[in-house]
Design a binder for this molecule. Structure first.
Ligand SMILES: Cc1ncc(COP(=O)(O)O)c(C=O)c1O
Length: 474
């Protein structure tokens, strides 16, 4: 049937099927929109009257009217007075606008072994959490039914302050702890409360791209500062931007290189911040996963002048999906940060907070971290065995959940990422984490979230791929 021939009376040839259940207007909207998007209904085609469509589909006329209104509002149809409703002359082209197709989009793509940032929660942790969540749902606290403190649950903040003092040398009162939706919101709140567009900010180079992007998107002037074997090169930062307003740093375990900021550099950084009146934003991610020796104290505990904003997260220690992180802020900036927090999303999810507070209070968290540390260490060792066999230059990390395989300058590490994906191995190119052109090449590889043998198998497939052997310059 040609487009011209298709009229109101024979429209049923293109008749879509509606799913058996669910709201009728949504189903009709979706079905018609699908037909418009894939070309079965063409620009200018007349759609049947709402009376006709209600009769054909056995739905109410109100549902048909609502579906047509939704199509018109989204630009897929247009109503012409006295003539009826037509497919719009210019249909929004989602694909051409670069938007991902909405249909059949999977909720999430299952990560490949090697992917960074996978959860460390095991079956025991999940079972305990389920039990705690169920308990809090069965006997819900009054907090769930009201609007709450923007800083988050007081009980949870008490637990976090005690944990940070004991484990990380962080000096704080529970009132200085502000719960956030992960590190990402913590960074956003800190920069909104303390900085303004154009402010120079030191960012490690290479760095955690999500942090750099957060600062850049808010109009900060990004100053990439090199990282060497002792962590952030503070002297280089002071040369490049002596009057920077802030520095974002990962001292426990530099992302992505994995080095620890030395004590000499810690003192030098705090000195500079105090003199420059700058803030140090300390992202202490992964500090819980240390495999040997005691960790160095957090910068927050060394600084005596309120220059450090400490950021922590449960994404690595528990589940990224909890979206639970926190800030520890100096007293002087607490009100400002809370004001911004309240404006951006009122207060955190109370149910998850209650379960987590109990998880910490009853010792489940430290037991979980101990178990997780053993598991990820075994996974790290399994990967190391494969890389040693393959003759790759990899230093076994003494902390954290990822390692870096350094490659000779000139190797196309971006191409290796694609070859790895073909082997079912998820890796990241080191060069992509640098602020600009660099001769540094390597692969950043996670070892959390998968059994050691699963990781090792994927890594082995990758290093045995002839394209890897040819490209990696070994
Ligand atoms: C350096 C760094 N900090 C923090 C995080 C955690 O981010 P969030 O707490 O927003 O999940 C990650 C996750 O990959 C990271 O790499």
């Amino acid at each position: 049937m040609t487009k011209k021939e298709r009229t109101n009376s024979d429209w049923s040839a293109a008749r879509p099927l509606l799913p058996a259940s669910g709201p009728r207007r949504q189903a009709l909207y979706r079905a018609l929109r699908d037909q418009i998007e894939d070309g079965r209904l063409c620009p200018g085609d007349k759609l049947p009257t709402t009376r006709d469509i209600a009769a054909r589909f056995g739905i109410s006329r109100g549902a048909a009217v609502a579906a047509y209104e939704m199509l018109a509002a989204d630009g897929f149809a247009e109503a012409r007075v006295g003539a009826g409703t037509f497919v719009a002359a210019v249909v929004p082209n989602l694909a051409r606008e670069g938007r991902p197709p909405l249909r059949n989009a999977p909720d999430a793509v299952a990560p490949l072994p090697g992917t960074l940032g996978c959860s460390t929660a095991d079956a025991t942790t999940l079972r305990i959490f389920r039990m705690l969540m169920n308990r809090h749902l069965a006997k819900p606290s009054a907090r769930h039914f009201h609007y709450n403190d923007p800083a988050g649950s007081h009980a949870l903040r008490v637990e976090i302050a005690a944990y940070l003092k004991a484990a990380r040398g962080v000096n704080c009162d529970p009132e200085q702890v502000i719960m956030t939706s992960g590190t990402q919101q913590a960074l956003d709140l800190a920069l909104r409360a303390l900085l303004k567009a154009g402010d120079p900010v030191w960012i490690e180079d290479p760095c955690y791209v999500m942090a750099r992007n957060a600062f850049a998107a808010s109009g900060m002037h990004i100053v990439p500062v090199p990282v060497d074997g002792e962590g952030l090169d503070v002297a280089a930062g002071a040369r490049l931007a002596p009057h920077a307003r802030a520095v974002y740093v990962t001292p426990s375990h530099q992302y992505p290189l994995g080095v620890t900021l030395s004590m000499a550099r810690r003192l030098q950084l705090i000195d500079w911040a105090q003199q420059a009146g700058a803030y140090i934003i300390e992202d202490d991610y992964d500090s819980e996963f240390r495999f040997s020796g005691p960790p160095l104290s957090a910068l927050q505990g060394i600084d005596g002048e309120g220059r450090v904003i400490y950021v922590g997260t449960f994404s690595k220690t528990l589940l990224p999906g909890f979206r639970i992180g926190y800030l520890v802020v100096p007293w002087a900036m607490r009100d400002r940060v809370l004001e911004v927090r309240q404006l951006t999303d009122r207060f955190p999810s109370t149910l998850a907070e209650d379960a987590l507070a109990e998880f910490l209070r009853d010792g489940h968290f430290s037991a979980h971290v101990k178990r997780a540390r053993r598991r990820v260490r075994a996974a790290r060792d399994a990967l190391m065995t494969v890389f040693d066999e393959a003759g790759l230059d990899v230093e076994p990390p003494e902390q954290g959940l990822h390692l870096v395989a350094h490659l000779p300058a000139g190797v196309d590490d971006g191409a290796l990422v694609e070859i790895a994906a073909d082997s079912g191995f998820g890796v990241r190119a080191l060069s992509s984490l640098h602020a600009g052109p660099t001769d540094k090449r390597g692969l950043v590889i996670g070892f959390s979230g998968f059994e050691p043998e699963v990781l090792a198998q994927a890594a082995r497939r990758f290093v045995r791929d002839p394209r890897f052997v040819a490209l990696s310059g070994r």
